[in-house]
Design a protein around this ligand. Sequence first.
Ligand SMILES: [Zn+2]
Length: 285
Amino acid sequence: MPELPEVEVICQGLRPHLVGRVVIDVQASGKPLRHLAPLAAMQEMLGGKRVKTVSRRAKYLLIAFDDETLLIIHLGMTGNVGLFSQTAPVKVHDHVRWQLENGYELRLHDSRRFGGVWLLSAEQAEARESGFFAATGLEPFSLGCTPAHLMSLAAKRNQPVKTFLMDGKAVAGIGNIYANEALFAAGIHPARPASTLRKRDWQQLLFLIRSILSQAICCGGSTISDFINASGESGYFQMNFQVYNRKGGPCSRCGAAIEKIVITGRATYFCPRCQKESKAHPVHI
Ligand SMILES: [Zn+2]
């Protein structure tokens, strides 16, 4: 499932190929997604419009046009976007295609169809932080995202710290993979109540969240360089994770076997020695 780094890498990869291009038509498979802006509205509102910016907010890809209309794409569980020649064969799970004036098209491929596509008018786009993104937390790299901010939000929640990080209302874009990795790096047990973390814990955790996300973006950016390819192999990449999906493997720090538990319905990996419930000593990554 794509998290913040994957969407950021896709965003950076698409940007030079999309900015300045003009949408001439939009096609859809007719299959429903988790949310899909009406095809007729996309054709009407995007036809003839030039792409102005390509950016990211949380796990959403934002494509803004010259009249400030905003196209928002979420990749769900299995979604991927890539640029293809309009003559390249369309695959069975290519659900939306935005055709450009230069013979290429942006394709949203999504086998499980948990992805979403929204279209915001200029007015809705301008008010998006209080509208579309009203329930979305701060960007982890933003100045406003501080240890004190996280601590004050956590004080009101009776949640495990891992669930708190993942629910996106305090800090945006962190999913299961990076929540597991950041808590391991910080030496914090994932089931520890978020409200019990002290200021020093939040300082350390936020620093490590930023470090790990930055490494992933950097790693992904170097892994995925070609966003125009007929095979559609764009978007996802695999980091060398310390704990994620490593049940039974040795902890890179102490050698103990990584354990797997379920917290709020999600697979959770941790080192029972480095991440004791009462322990909050950080490890170095
Ligand atoms: Zn360990």
